[in-house]
Design a protein around this ligand. Structure first.
Ligand SMILES: C[S@@+](CC[C@H](N)C(=O)[O-])C[C@H]1O[C@@H](n2cnc3c(N)ncnc32)[C@H](O)[C@@H]1O
Length: 276
C-alpha cells in the first residue's frame, strides 16, 4: 500500500477534526500500518477509496471507530504517578470532603477521562475505599470514559496482568484483588464504584450530559492533542468541575499555557489545578 504525504495529511486532518488527536508527519509509518490493516479487513487496495469510504459510506462511523481503536495509545498501569495520587488522597480529597460534609452533601464524583483499559479508574476506586471515612456514609461515583471501544471492553472485565498491578501496594493487592492463574481480578465492591462510558472528549453533545464533578483526572491524554484541542477540552473540564474541584493532568502536561482560569496550587511538591 502506498501512502503519499498528501493522503497522510488528509487522514490526519480527518482524525484531528473528529477527535482532537494530532499526528505529526514523522508518524506516517505508524498511521500507514494501521490504515493497511483496516484496508485489508475491508478488502480495499486504494488509499483514496478507503478515505472516500470513511467520509461517505460510514454514516454511523463504525469503520472510523475500528480505525481509531488502532490509532490510540493506551499505555497505562495501576497507581501510575504515585506521588500525585498521594496528594489527591491525602490533601485534595480531604479538603473537598470536609467542605462537602459541612454542606451536608455526601456525594463524591470523579471523572476519569481517557481511562484506557481501566487501571486508573480502579486505582481511584481503591483510594476512595481507603480514604473515605466512614465509607458507608459516603456516596462515591466514578465515571470513566474513553474514545476507544476495545479498551473499554477490557476495562469492564477488570482482569489484569501482573504488569498492570506491578505498582499496587501489597496490602491492596491482598484486599481488593482475586488472584487466578491468568492474573488479577478486581473485587465486586471496587467494580461497583465505576461506570465505563464511550465518550469523545471533542464531542460537545456527548459532554453536556456528563454533569458536575469534584475531581477530573485526565492524565497522559492531552499529550496527543495540539494546543487548540487541549484548550477546548480544558475549557470543558472547567465547566464540569464544581467550585473548589480539582483537575489532575499527567506530569508532562500543563494547563498554564492554555488556560488561566484555574488556580495553580502547590501541594506535596506537586502542581494541582483548582477551580476558583
Ligand atoms: C495513554 S492513555 C492514558 C490512560 C490513563 N489516563 C493513564 O494516565 O494511565 C490515553 C487514552 O486517551 C484516549 N483518548 C485519546 N483521544 C481521546 C478523545 N478524543 N476522547 C476520549 N479519549 C481519548 C485514548 O483512547 C487512550 O486510551
Amino acid at each position: 500500500m502506498n501512502l503519499s504525504m498528501k493522503n497522510f495529511i488528509t487522514f490526519r486532518d480527518l482524525v484531528y477534526d473528529r477527535c482532537g488527536m494530532r499526528f505529526e508527519a514523522k508518524k506516517i509509518y505508524f498511521v500507514k500500518k494501521r490504515l493497511a490493516s483496516r484496508m485489508e479487513a475491508l478488502d480495499l487496495e486504494d488509499v483514496e477509496e478507503y478515505l472516500r469510504f470513511l467520509k461517505f459510506r460510514d454514516p454511523k462511523r463504525d469503520e472510523f471507530q475500528d480505525l481509531l481503536n488502532l490509532l490510540t495509545t493506551n499505555e497505562t498501569y495501576m497507581f501510575r504517578e504515585f506521588e500525585q495520587l498521594a496528594v489527591f488522597a491525602e490533601e485534595c480529597l480531604d479538603e473537598v470532603c470536609k467542605r462537602k460534609a459541612q454542606a451536608g452533601d455526601n456525594r463524591v464524583r470523579i471523572w476519569c477521562a481517557g481511562c484506557s483499559t481501566g487501571e486508573e479508574a480502579y486505582t481511584l476506586a481503591i483510594i476512595l475505599m481507603e480514604m473515605l471515612e466512614p465509607f458507608a456514609d459516603w456516596n462515591p461515583e466514578i465515571i470513566a470514559t474513553d474514545i476507544d471501544t476495545k479498551v473499554l471492553a477490557k476495562a469492564r472485565k477488570a482482569d489484569y496482568s501482573p504488569r498492570s498491578v506491578k505498582d499496587v501496594p501489597d496490602e491492596y493487592l491482598d484486599e481488593y484483588f482475586l488472584t487466578s492463574d491468568d492474573g488479577y481480578q478486581l473485587v465486586r465492591p471496587v467494580k461497583n464504584l465505576i461506570t465505563f462510558k464511550h465518550l469523545n472528549l471533542m464531542d460537545n453533545g456527548q459532554l453536556s450530559s456528563a454533569g458536575q464533578f469534584d475531581f477530573i483526572f485526565c492524565r497522559n491524554v492531552l499529550i496527543y492533542f495540539d494546543d487548540a484541542s487541549r484548550k477546548e477540552v480544558v475549557g470543558h473540564y472547567y465547566e464540569h468541575l464544581i467550585q473548589g474541584g480539582f483537575l489532575f493532568l499527567g506530569h508532562s502536561e500543563s494547563v498554564g499555557r492554555i488556560s488561566t482560569a484555574f488556580t495553580l496550587r502547590k501541594m506535596g511538591g506537586m502542581i494541582v489545578y483548582q477551580k476558583g
